[in-house]
Unconditional design. Sequence first.
Length: 743
Amino acid sequence: MWAVIAWLVPIWICIAIGILAFYRHERANIAQSTISIASALLSAVDRDLAVTTAAAQVLATSPYLAAGDFAAFYHQASELLPQLGGGNIVLADAAGQQVVNTLVPYGEKLPSPNLANQHKVIETGRPSISDVFIGPVTKKPLMAVGVPVFRGDKATYTLSISVFPQRLSALLIRQGLSPNWVAVVFDGSGSIVARTRDFDRLVGHKGSPELLAAMARAATGVVESVTDEGIPVFATFSRSEVSNWAVVIGVPIAELSGQLHAFLLLGGAGALTLMAVSIALVGHQAAGIGRAVQDLIPPALALGRGEVPRIPRLQVREADDVAQALDRAFHLLQSRTAERNRAQQEKQEAETARGQSERRIEEAQKEGDRRLRNITDNISEGLISLSMQGRLLHWNKAARAMFGFSTEDERLYALSEFADTFELRTLDGRLLKPEEWPLARVIAGEHVRKLELRIRRFAIDRQLALSFSGAIIGDDGGESVAFLSFADISERKQVEEELHRAHADLESRVRERTSELEGFAYAASHDLKAPLRVIDNASKWLKEDLQVHLTGENRENMNLLRGRVGRMEKLLDDLLEYSRIGRATDERYVETIPGDALMDNILGLLSPPAGFTVKVSPDFSSIFVCRMPLQQILMNLVSNAIKHHDKEQGCIEVTVEDRGTAYAFAVKDDGPGIPAQFHDQVFKMFQTLKPRDHVEGSGMGLAMVRKNVAFFGGTLTLESSEGNGSTFRFTWPKQQTIEREAA
C-alpha cells in the first residue's frame, strides 16, 4: 500500500505543477493580448485627438484671424463645429482672455480658459492636449485640443477645440470588450478621462497609486490593482509617449484564478479516487501476476496507438496498478487535449477580437480622414499634403480649382510631375529650379511663410500669382507629412502693378515738367543778363563821363541805378544756380576735400567783418566731403548769419556730427532770431524779412539751401525765436550722387 502511495504522490504533484505552469502561461498570453488591445485602443484615442488637432491647425490659418475679423471667425467656427464633433471652439489671446467662444454669443463677456494648457501652446508654439477639467461655461468635464495662431513668426493667440469625455467613452464601448472587463483612459495627470462603466460618477478621479506608479515607470506593463468598484483586477496598460495619456484594461482576477482552482480540484479529486481504488485492489492482485501482466499488454498497445484502452479487472495488485496508471494516463491525455483545444479556441477568439478592434480603428481613421477632407474642401485657400518621399496625398477643392483640375482624378500624384506641368517664377520674372519650389523647400525642412510667386500651367496657359506657406507636421505614428497652403493674390498684384505704373508715369511727367521749368529758368536768366550788362556798362560810362557835372541827387540816383542792376544780376545768377541744383557743372561737385579745408575756403571767400567771430568745430578735420554744393550751403548760412545780425559784434558756431551714413551740420548765431510765424516764409524764393534797401540780397539763399538738402535726401530744420538767435540744422549723405549736365 505504501508503495502505491509513494508512486501516486509524485504523479499528483507533477499534475499540480503542470496545471500551475499552464495557468501562468495562459495568464501571460492573456496579458500580452490585452496589452495589444490597450495599445490599439490608445492608437484609436490618439488618432481621434490627432484629427481634432489637424482640424484646429487648419482653422488657425483662417483669413478672418489674419485680418483680425473675430466676428466673421465666430460665424465660421460655429458653422464648422458640427463637423468637428467637438463641444465648442475658443480663441484666446496670449494673456489668457477669451476672444471668441462658440458657446457664448459674440460680443458678450467671456470667461478665462485653461491657462496652463494655453501658456504651454504660446511658449512652445506647438499643439497641446489639456488634462480633463471642468468647463467654465458648460460646468461639465472636458478636454481641450489647443493650437497656436501665428502673426508673423510669433504665436499671439491660441485656438482650442473642446472634446467631451463621453466621446472617448463611446469609442471604448464600441470595441466590444468582455462585459466583465473594464477599460479606462487616463490623462497625463493620472485622472480618468473615459471609462466603459460608471463613467459619469468616476470621470476626473485619480487611478490607484500602484497603477499610476507602474504607468510612470514604463510605457506598457501589467499590475494587480483594485477598481473603484472594489474588484481586484489584473490590469494591463499602454501609455503614449506623445501625449502621456494611457489606456488601461482590467480583467477580474477571479475570472483568471477560477480555471486554476477548477484544475486543482479536479486533479486532487482524481488522485484521491485513484489512490483509494488502488489500495482496495492491492489484495486481489497478488496471485496471477504473470497472467495479469499479459492482460496489460493489449491496453498498453491500444494506448500507444491512440485508441481507447480496454482495462481488464486484474487480481494482481502491481499489475492492476499499472492498469490503473494506463487508465489515468489515457484520461490525463484526454484532459490535456481538451485543455489544449480550449486554449486554441480562446487564442483564436482573442485574435478575432483583435482583428475586429483593428477594423474598427481603421474605420475610425477613415471617418477622421473624411472629416478632415470635408473641412479642407470648404476653405478658400488651396491646400496640398504630400509624403516625405514626394508623393502627393491630397489636394483640396480650392487647390484643384486654382491649378485647373476639374476632378480629383485629374490632379497630379507625384512631385516629379510638377516640372512637366507647371513653371514657377518670382514676381520679377526669374524662373525657379525644381529644388527652389515651395514643395521641395518644405520637404527639405524649411518653414515657408507667405512666399509670393507666379505659377503657369502649360496645358491651359493659365498664370496666377500665389502666396505660399508650408511646413512639416508629424503625426502620432511617427510619420511626417508636408503641408503647403496657398492663396490667390493675382488681383492684388494686378492692382499693385497698375499703381506702380501710374506712379512711374506721374514721376516721369513731374520730371518732364521740372526739366521744362528748369530749362525756362536757365534760358530766362541767360537771356536777361545781356540787356543788364548793357545797362550796367552804359551807367558806368555815364558816371565816368559826367562825374564833374553830376549833382548830389543825380549821383545818388546813378548809384541807385547801378545797385539795382547789380541786385538784378545777382538775382539772375541765383535763379540760374537754383535751376542747376542736382546737376554737376564742374569738377568741384566730385572733388573730395577735408572738412577743415572746406571751412577755410568758405571763411576766405566771406572775409567776416571785424567784430564777428566764426567758430568751427574741430570735428571738421576728421571728415571728407565733396566741395560742392556743400560749400555753397554752408556759405549761404554763415553769410546770412552775419548779414542779418542786429549788432556790430556777433558769434557764429559751425558744428558737424557723424551719424553713420550721414553727417549732421549746424550753423548757430546769436542774432535777432526769427519769429515762429516766419519759419516757413524764409525758405521761399525771393522772400526776405527786411527790405532789400536795408539788407542787400536776392531772397534766394535759403531756397537754394532747402532744395539742395532735399535733393540729396537730407533734412533741414530751423530752431529760432525772436531775440534768441537762430540755429539751422541739416543732414548730408556721406556718398552723394549728382547727374552730370550735358555739355
